[in-house]
Design a protein around this ligand. Structure first.
Ligand code: 4NP
Length: 156
């Protein structure tokens, strides 16, 4: 059977902490569900500071403890992303404001969603906070939110 793949792009500021973690979590959940044929999953950053780099070593370590392999290389969002992807999932309000401001059409703008819209176990949480200047607990909390949201995104 032919599927039209659901194309998901996770976006954060640097593409080295939150969005590559979401990419890895979603890829593993999709693989574990045997549904790899149905999805194309990628991540990107708003800024270009870390382009080409592997994810932050702290996020790689905390993710590895949960069985996730964070091995993508950072890239910056580009205009084509609005046409290539079905959903552009951002982490916080600054991300949302900046990414929607780059959308070329209303249709493209409507593809931008907060990842936290998919949370079920974390009530009243509206952003995935940037853990970059934080400690281990902040990376683990970001992963908790990402896992909660991605599991519901998979079933959505
Ligand atoms: P991310 O975290 O947006 O989750 O990848 C950040 C990583 C780096 C920077 C900011 C946020 N930075 O300013 O370099």
């Amino acid at each position: 059977m032919e599927y039209k793949k659901q194309k998901l792009l996770f976006i954060c500021l640097g593409n080295i902490c939150r969005s590559p973690a979401a990419e890895a979590v979603m890829k593993k959940m999709v693989a574990d569900a045997g549904r790899e044929d149905e999805f194309f999953i990628d991540s990107a950053g708003i800024g270009d500071w870390h382009v080409g780099q592997l994810p932050d070593s702290r996020m790689r370590q905390r993710g590895a403890r949960r069985g996730y392999t964070l091995d993508s290389h950072a890239r910056q969002i580009c205009a084509d992303d609005f046409s290539r992807f079905d959903k552009l999932l951002v982490m916080d309000n600054d991300n949302y404001r900046i990414v929607t401001s780059k959308a070329p059409t209303e249709e493209a703008r409507a593809k931008v969603e907060m990842l936290t819209d998919y949370l079920k176990d974390h009530k009243n949480v509206s952003v995935v906070p940037d853990p970059y200047y934080g400690g281990t607990a902040d990376f683990d909390y970001a992963l908790d939110l990402i896992e909660d949201a991605c599991s519901n995104l998979l079933n959505a």
